[in-house]
Every structure is written in structure tokens, then in C-alpha cells.
Design a binder for this molecule. Structure first.
Ligand code: GRG
Length: 255
């Protein structure tokens, strides 16, 4: 409860709900999947802050879970949140026929071919900083979860396979843009704005866009990705407006 209710932008659950609405679904159909992805995200932040990972004492403007409690509690809190996410989808999804597809999307994005795999590459990466490797890490660590959010929203709305595909193009491009912006904020942001310690990527020689391309080129690439994301919404007309606004937020955000 300390970590889940400790703030955060709630961007991934918002994407689930707004993608569902944009595809003519009801928010209530997507709500369990929206909560589930935030639980997985929060677990990843708790574990990422541990000394064996990114080692950060602050998260969302407060002491990290292992600082407020202890390391064992933080490991177990993350483990429990991961299980709770899948229980949430399985038990609460109004249309049970959608549960296998929703669980598959989230499990794939969170696992070794998604977020966890990306985290492993990120930890291993300081030796080999190439554009391909940075893109792979961003794809797995961050964009996979954005893609799951937008795919789950479309699935909850009973969207067609083609509509789900378009939403995954939006989600992936948005997720990559989001991570480039995150890398830039680590260079330019303050602890107050970010709610965590800035400047750590350079210190830890992390694979980031600013390290590879500099800030200006990173900004251009983030904007191009946001444009690609918006391009994938063209069939939605005005129903896509909130998702377009998210794309704008992602490249202009300060936190
Ligand atoms: C430890 C299994 C495991 C995975 C860690 C997601 C992740 C992988 C690590 C978190 C650190 C990080 C830089 C992740 C990339 C995604 C990202 C920028 C997360 C922060 O997301 P925000 O800004 O956070 O949406 P809030 O607090 O607003 O929810």
C-alpha cells in the first residue's frame, strides 16, 4: 500500500482506459487491466530501487520501499504486487472470455521477453553502448509495458485485430518516446521535479539516448516517435484526442 498509493503519474492505467474508450469500449471493462498494469509497474519500481539494481533511496518524492521498510520487505512487496496483478485481471474482468488475452499481453510484456529482459540488458550494458542495444533496452524495459497497456485497452473494447495492431503501434512508439524523455530528464531534471535522484545514468554509464546522441538529437528522435504514435490514431478521429494529448505530454513533460 505504501508504494501503490504513494503517487505516480498513473500513465499506463490511463492508457488502458483511454485506449479502451477510443475504441468505443466502456471504462468498467478495462478497469481491472488498468489496475493490474499499475501493480506490475509499481512492483518494477520497488525492485529497481533496491541496492542490487538501480540503488535509489527516493521514489515518487518519498523514501523508496526498502528505505521506508527494509530490503526483504521490498522484495516481497514486489513479488506480491506481481501476483496481485494477475489475480486482479482473472477475478475482476467483467467479460471472462477476455481474460486469457489480457493475461497473455501483460505476462509477455512483464517477463523475460519484455521488462525483466530489458532490465537484465540494462544492468549488463555498460560494456557495449550501441544505438541498437539502447533501442533494444528501451523496447523491452519500457515500450513493452506501454504496448501492453494500449493493446489491453483495445482488447477490453472488443476491438478488431487490425485496431489492436494500430494501438500497439501507438503504444510502442509512445513508450520509446517516453523513455527518451526519461533519459533526458535524468540529465536536466531536478530531484524535486523527478521525485528521485537525477544524474544517475551518467554515473552508472547507463545506455541512454543523451549519452549516445546528445540532448538535441534525443529531443528530435523523441518527437519523431511521438509523431509516429499520433499517426497510428488517424482512424479514430476525435475519439483519439486524449491519446494525442498523451503523446504531446510525453515529449514535453518535466516529471
Ligand atoms: C526490476 C523487474 C524489474 C524491472 C525494472 C521498469 C523498470 C524495470 C525499472 C524502473 C526504472 C526505469 C527507468 C524504468 C523505465 C521505465 C520508467 C521510465 C519508469 C518510470 O515510470 P513513470 O515515470 O513513473 O511513469 P511513475 O512514478 O509516474 O509511475
Amino acid at each position: 500500500r505504501y508504494s501503490v498509493f504513494g503517487g505516480g503519474k498513473r500513465l499506463r492505467p490511463a492508457l488502458v482506459l483511454w485506449t479502451c474508450a477510443a475504441n468505443k469500449g466502456r471504462a468498467s471493462d478495462a478497469l481491472p487491466a488498468a489496475c493490474a498494469i499499475e501493480l506490475i509497474h509499481t512492483y518494477s519500481l520497488i525492485h529497481d530501487d533496491l541496492p542490487a539494481m538501480d540503488d535509489d533511496d527516493f521514489r515518487r518524492g518519498r523514501p523508496s520501499c526498502h528505505k521506508a521498510y527494509d530490503e526483504a520487505t521490498a522484495i516481497l512487496a514486489g513479488d506480491a504486487l506481481q501476483a496481485a496483478a494477475f489475480e486482479m485481471i482473472a477475478q475482476r474482468t467483467p467479460d471472462p472470455s477476455l481474460v486469457p488475452a489480457l493475461v497473455t499481453e501483460l505476462a509477455r510484456a512483464a517477463g523475460s521477453r519484455g521488462m525483466v529482459g530489458g532490465q537484465q540488458f540494462d544492468i549488463d550494458t555498460n560494456l557495449d553502448l550501441t544505438p541498437e542495444r539502447v533501442q533494444l533496452i528501451h523496447d523491452l524495459k519500457t515500450a513493452a509495458m506501454f504496448t501492453a497497456a494500449t493493446a489491453m485497452g483495445a482488447i477490453a473494447a472488443h476491438a478488431s485485430a487490425e485496431e489492436v495492431r494500430r494501438m500497439t503501434v501507438y503504444g510502442r512508439s509512445l513508450g520509446l518516446a517516453f523513455q527518451i524523455a526519461d533519459d533526458m530528464l535524468d540529465v536536466c531534471g531536478t530531484a524535486e521535479e523527478l521525485g528521485k535522484t537525477p544524474g544517475k545514468d551518467a554515473k552508472q554509464r547507463k545506455a541512454t539516448y543523451p549519452a549516445l546522441f546528445g540532448l538535441e538529437e534525443s529531443r528530435r528522435r523523441a518527437q519523431r516517435l511521438a509523431d509516429t504514435a499520433v499517426g497510428a490514431l488517424s482512424a479514430l478521429g476525435r475519439r483519439g484526442d486524449r491519446l494525442r494529448a498523451v503523446a504531446e505530454f510525453v515529449v514535453s513533460r518535466t516529471h
